[in-house]
Structures are given as C-alpha cells and as structure tokens.
Ligand binder design. Structure first.
Ligand SMILES: C[S@@+](CC[C@H](N)C(=O)[O-])C[C@H]1O[C@@H](n2cnc3c(N)ncnc32)[C@H](O)[C@@H]1O
Length: 222
C-alpha cells in the first residue's frame, strides 16, 4: 500500500513538526490575523511552507514569481529561501488580501524583497515577461488557469529554474471521473492538464511530491 506524507501517522507528523519547526510566531500571526479579517484559511500548511523555503534555497532562486498571494504566508517562506537577496513578484487579485499581505511583509521584515502586484495574474504575468527570465515560479491561485500559468512558465523560466504548484492532488479528486459540481470538474481538469503537460514536457524533469495537498515540482533542463 502506498502511504501519504508522514505515512498516514499523526505521531510521525507530530515528529516532523517538532523536529523541523516550520511555523514561527511571524507565520502564526499571519494565520491568526487573516482569520480575524475573515480571509479564507487557504494558506499553504506549515510543512509545505518549509518545503517552499528549502526548494527555493536549493535552486538558488533570486528572481521569483508567486501566483496567489493571499495574506502572504507562502511569500514569507519563499523570501526566507531567498536568503536576503533578489526579488519576489507576488500577484493577487483581491485588494483585501493584497493589503493583509503588505502588513505581513512589513512584520516579517521582508518588504525590501517583495514586489506586490494587484490584478488578474494572466495580465500581470504578461507585463512581467520583459523582466525575465525567472528562476522560479510558485503557482497557487485559481486552478482553472493552471494550464495557462504553465504556458507562461514554460517560456519564462530559465534553464535550471523551477516550477512549483500546490493542490495538485485536487483535494483528493485528481483521478476521479465523476464530479459533484461543474465548478469542481473544471478545477480538477485544469490541474490534471497541468500535471500531464509538465510530466510529458521533455524540457523539464518533473514529479509530484506526496504532501497532504500534492506539490508538483519541476526543474527546466533544456
Ligand atoms: C490558495 S490562495 C494563495 C495562498 C498563498 N499562496 C499562501 O499559501 O499563503 C489563492 C489566492 O489567489 C488569488 N487569486 C485567485 N484567482 C486569481 C487570479 N486570476 N489572479 C490573481 N490572483 C488570484 C485569490 O484571491 C487567493 O488570495
């Protein structure tokens, strides 16, 4: 039988959290403040934040795009991986989320590493093309657009750069054939197309890490 991250065992999950300590007071405050502001609690989870930090550091990424800022939790993790150099462009469509993230970046002392963009990700990505190529992209916004974000990333991530995308098990529905709603079906199909295309793209080496949500990770090799 295949097992999930932490071997489906709460005891092992607790061990991982206690050992690697992914969430400090700065990150916890982001979750708490977002809740008070009634921002949806759809931040990456604590261990996934740590995965992001390590992946960004491993790639030596300094010029990075994030699609989907929310209250800034994952952006703080990415910025920590950048080790105080470079620029993270983070894109958000909701003013309220953008404003909450601004406070988060100030509190985390990382405002100098962040350029926030407010608007539809596809429009903003287009306007950022001239500043490329980029070292890394983290995709974590509307799932229907994952294939479009991939098309952009395939063109604008440099050789050696990485693509990371969250929720790629589609909340457990990635391999379903029947869906309760049309909206869910559209989202799952977007994620499925994203996974299939990156898996088949010979310019990348790609895998899906069996985190709770599924984290697709790819590195451009040619
Ligand atoms: C899952 S949340 C991002 C969570 C964040 N990455 C974190 O872990 O802290 C997705 C965010 O994407 C934003 N979003 C959705 N569609 C978007 C679009 N087309 N362009 C830009 N942002 C979008 C939502 O408003 C929401 O804040």
């Amino acid at each position: 039988m295949q097992k999930e991250f932490s071997q489906n065992d709460k005891n092992i999950a607790a061990y991982a959290l206690n050992t690697f300590k992914p969430e400090d007071n700065i990150l916890k405050e982001v979750r708490d403040r977002a809740k008070k502001l009634e921002i949806p609690a759809i931040h990456v989870n604590d261990m996934d934040g740590k995965h992001l930090e390590v992946l960004i550091a491993m790639a030596n990424a300094e010029k990075i795009i994030e699609v989907g800022t929310l209250a800034g939790y994952s952006a703080i993790c990415i910025a920590r991986g950048m080790q105080n150099k470079g620029i993270l462009h983070t894109i958000e469509i909701e003013q309220k989320h953008y404003d909450a993230a601004k406070t988060s970046f100030k509190n985390a002392n990382i405002s100098h590493l962040i350029k926030q963009h407010l608007g539809s990700a596809l429009n903003i990505l287009k306007s950022l093309e001239q500043e490329g190529s980029f070292d890394a992209i983290f995709i974590d916004a509307d799932k229907v657009s994952y294939p479009d974000y991939l098309t952009w990333a395939e063109k604008n991530i440099r050789i050696g750069g990485i693509i990371i995308a969250d929720n790629t098990f589609a909340w457990g529905h990635i391999n379903d054939s029947h869906f309760e709603t049309l909206e869910l079906e559209k989202q799952v199909k977007g994620i499925r197309e994203f996974n299939q295309r990156i898996a088949n793209n010979s310019n990348f080496k790609a895998t899906i890490l069996p985190t709770g949500e599924g984290l697709t990770v790819a590195v451009r090799i040619s």
